[in-house]
Design a protein around this ligand. Sequence first.
Ligand SMILES: [Zn+2]
Length: 80
Amino acid sequence: MREAIEVMSKNDPCEYEIEGKRLECTHCGHAEFHEGKAMLNTAGMTLLGLDWANQTAVTLMCDHCGLIHWFAKPPKAKME
Ligand SMILES: [Zn+2]
């Protein structure tokens, strides 16, 4: 039961802050995102020097337009 709640809370759109600045969608300016994870463990990413990032990236999908923003460092969810 607790697992189900955790999954649901991750699916709620949330505001994020990076280096003290509120994240806004680069396309539409919306400020709520759905968090996800993506693997970076491909030959191409290793060549780009991203294999230090534990082979995963955090993805934040804009709640409004769906544009996915990629982060090699996990962004901080803004707490109210
Ligand atoms: Zn957007």
